[in-house]
Design a protein around this ligand. Structure first.
Ligand SMILES: O=C(O)C(=O)C[C@]1(C(=O)O)C=C[C@@H](O)C=C1
Length: 296
């Protein structure tokens, strides 16, 4: 069976860029030949790995401007089987694609909500009256361009090359350092790395309930690099907490802390220890390169 990497499609998304970076790394590291496999949503990509249809999935988890990708955290909590094997951070540089000659012709802008948020300031100054329409991915937005000069889309320059679409403006993201962290998730744990991610729900909604787990981490000299809350969806004001720590779960102090956390949390999930993949050149040089196994 072809071992494949699930990601949000269709072709040319930032998620595919991240998946390609992972595939290149895996080839160099282990000689493994992995194929891309695009899915219409992040949830479907994650499910494909959970059910064994693909080996791993590469999904966005956090952007430097817009913050967490809620669906990734929610699905990770819901699917019992997934472990984080690697993390990678991609610089995200957006372009404005349109068949219009002038910006003034554009009345409607399509893109993924994360991309629309990352270019909010640019849209306000360049296209203050445009209607903004969210799409399931930056490249799904491109299907709305057709021959209509009143329509524009936000995606990468790489996507513009793949679909041979004109770029009206480039590097339109509001912050030059815009970047997104992706996780590589699989059914197996990586068992090594200097970062560990976990999440828990609390047994009671009372003063100090969250303080106890945080005190345990501090008492074991463990540094947190991130804390994020998500609704449990049971009742208003009831939260899950997602925490990243800067330590390997196999270290004695981390093992002891995780053991103690069990006593002051309701459900505790450990998503594994992993390292950050170094990315030299995020953009595949040849836009026609397609190592896709094709799911969409
Ligand atoms: O729509 C895409 O191209 C994606 O890969 C999704 C996504 C995201 O969900 O954050 C990935 C990276 C960018 O931050 C913008 C969009």
């Amino acid at each position: 069976m072809v071992r494949s990497v699930a990601h949000l499609g269709p072709r040319g998304t930032y998620s595919e860029m991240a998946a390609l970076a992972y595939i290149r790394w895996a080839k160099l590291d282990t000689g493994d030949e992995l194929m891309l496999r695009a899915y219409p949503s992040i949830a479907q990509a994650l499910q494909a790995t959970a059910t064994g249809e693909t080996e791993v999935t590469v999904v966005p988890v956090e952007n430097s401007v817009e913050g967490s990708v809620a669906i990734t955290l929610d699905m990770l909590w819901r699917l019992e089987t997934l472990q984080i094997q690697k993390a990678l951070v991609l610089p995200i540089v957006h372009a404005f694609l349109s068949r219009a000659d002038r910006m003034q012709q554009v009345q409607t802008v399509y893109s993924h909500p994360q991309a629309l948020g990352q270019c909010q300031g640019w849209i306000e100054t360049q296209l203050p009256h445009a209607r903004l329409i969210p799409t399931s991915s930056t490249t799904e937005a491109l299907t709305h361009l057709q021959d209509d000069v009143r329509v524009g889309a936000i995606a990468s320059e790489w996507a513009a090359q793949i679909y041979q679409l004109p770029v009206l403006a480039h590097a339109i993201n509001d912050h030059a350092d815009n970047c997104t962290k992706f996780w590589v998730l699989g059914r197996k744990a990586s068992h090594q790395g200097n970062q560990t991610s976990l999440a828990f729900s609390l047994p009671i909604n009372a003063p100090g309930a969250l303080l106890k787990p945080l005190q345990i981490l501090a008492a074991h000299d463990i540094n947190m690099s991130r804390i994020e809350s998500r609704p449990t969806k049971r009742s208003l004001g009831d939260y899950l907490f997602f925490i990243d720590i800067e330590a390997d779960a196999s270290l004695p102090n981390v093992k002891a802390a995780l053991q103690s956390l069990k006593h002051c949390t309701e459900t505790l999930k450990i998503f594994g220890s992993y390292s950050l993949l170094p990315i030299d050149n995020p953009c595949p040089s040849d836009p026609t390169t397609n190592t896709s196994a094709g799911a969409e």
